[in-house]
Design a protein around this ligand. Structure first.
Ligand code: ADP
Ligand code: MG
Length: 392
């Protein structure tokens, strides 16, 4: 059964009737530009064909009920009570998954003229975006919910405003300190194009990727090692970046150029310096990738992908053995380029591969994982896909 039908069935179970509508939003992979978003730098992600669906109906009272395929029971709250649910993520008073859609409702209710006049909602969610794999199932659930509420609450918000509401939900309701990249890439997705985003100005430009005409596919290798944004090393890396920017006397690492790195090396401890060097060189690699795509096409970006992975492995130290094995094996099996994608500490890698070599690369990665005693990876190809839409 498709995720869309699953969402509709779940809504019927919840309300006994068909939904008023179904909206969806895609997950994403990041082609290049990792941990640059919260440093106000550059990213180049694209939306993928995997989507999260929200089947939604309005209610007469001002209450919101959310249900998802991976929770036994729906979660319910009054629109006016939402703010009190998320005082901070330590004090989260609802199951974490429900803080994504309820957080979006909370963020969007602030955009209404009179929040007390908003109708309540029943929302049922199902997804075919792999969860916790670095493919941003979080932005997909935020985008699907945001698109539905924008329509049913008559808010008339644009894609950027909906992306900002998703980020607010993720940061302040869930308590995951993520940047704006995921939401923007989901909301601004276009077929056969990546989104070149300046995370300081939120200026975005679609860059044609040209994978298909060049005979290339993007192979996703989901290691199935689950990452956890709200905890773990992500906060620590953010703190190191803020420390580095403060030492250099700039508002954000975005304001540094690779030529500033020798001075940075003198001013900070080695670990902080390597975090800074990753971000500064990664920003430059995004700019170089955009130029390479425009001037020479996708075959010209392989070395930039490879350099990006090395920087994340050695300088930012966010790779794991499974991701390194995926990248090394894909390259050895003939991939044009490969890198881990997403926040790190697990999740997925991407490999840019000649169409006729996709099978061989997948098999080689599967064999390498088996030999190393890792769980079998999920491998599948993705093409750059469109952003949110109404499906029914
Ligand atoms: P990623 O975005 O890489 O998939 P995150 O940790 O950012 O990983 O987001 C995953 C979390 O988002 C899940 O643990 C869950 O809380 C929430 N989520 C995503 N998709 C759904 C869904 N279909 N139903 C309920 N919650 C979801
Ligand atoms: Mg996420």
């Amino acid at each position: 059964m498709t995720a869309q039908n699953t969402a509709v069935d779940l809504l019927r179970t919840l309300t006994g009737a068909d939904p008023e509508g179904v909206w969806s939003a895609p997950g994403r992979v990041n082609l290049i530009g990792e941990h640059t978003d919260y440093n106000e730098g550059f990213v180049l992600p694209f939306a993928i064909p995997h989507r999260t669906y929200a089947a939604v109906s309005r209610r007469r009272d001002g209450r919101i009920r959310v249900a998802s395929t991976f929770a036994e029971t729906p979660v319910e709250a009054g629109i006016g009570e939402l703010a009190a649910l998320f005082p901070s993520h330590d004090g989260l008073r609802v199951p974490e998954w429900s803080a994504y859609p309820l957080g979006v409702a909370w963020a969007l209710s602030a955009a209404a003229n009179d929040a007390s006049a908003l109708p309540g909602l029943d929302i049922a969610i199902a997804s075919d975006v792999p969860i916790g794999a670095g493919l941003s199932s979080s932005a997909a659930i935020e985008g699907a919910t945001g698109a539905a509420l924008n329509a049913l609450w008559g808010l008339g918000l644009d894609a950027v405003a909906l992306a900002q509401a998703g980020r607010k939900a993720e940061n302040e309701a869930v308590g995951a300190p993520t940047g704006i990249m995921d939401q923007m890439s989901s909301m601004l997705g276009r077929a056969d194009a990546a989104t070149f985003l300046d995370c300081r100005t939120l200026r975005a430009e679609s860059i044609p990727t040209g994978f298909a005409p060049a005979g290339l596919e993007v192979l996703v290798i989901d290691t199935r090692v689950e990452h956890a944004h709200a905890t773990g090393g992500y906060r620590d890396r953010r703190a190191a970046c803020e420390r580095g920017a403060a030492i250099m006397g700039v508002p954000a690492l975005r304001d540094l150029h690779p030529s500033d790195l020798p001075r940075a090396a003198e001013l900070m401890d080695d670990a902080t310096f390597r975090r800074v060097r990753h971000v500064v060189t990664e920003d430059q690699r995004v700019l170089d990738t955009v130029v390479a795509l425009r001037e020479h096409g996708p075959r010209a970006i392989g070395d930039l992908l490879i350099a990006s992975h090395a920087s994340m492995r050695d300088d930012f130290e966010i790779s794991v053995p499974e991701l390194d094995a995926a990248v090394d094996t894909a390259l050895a099996a003939g991939a044009v380029g490969a890198r881990m994608t997403g926040g790190g500490f697990g999740g997925a890698a991407i490999a840019l591969v000649d169409r006729e070599r996709v099978g061989a690369v997948s098999e080689a990665v599967g064999r390498a994982f088996a030999d190393a005693g890792f769980a079998a990876p999920h491998t599948f190809t993705v093409t750059p896909a469109a952003g949110p839409r109404r499906d029914a």
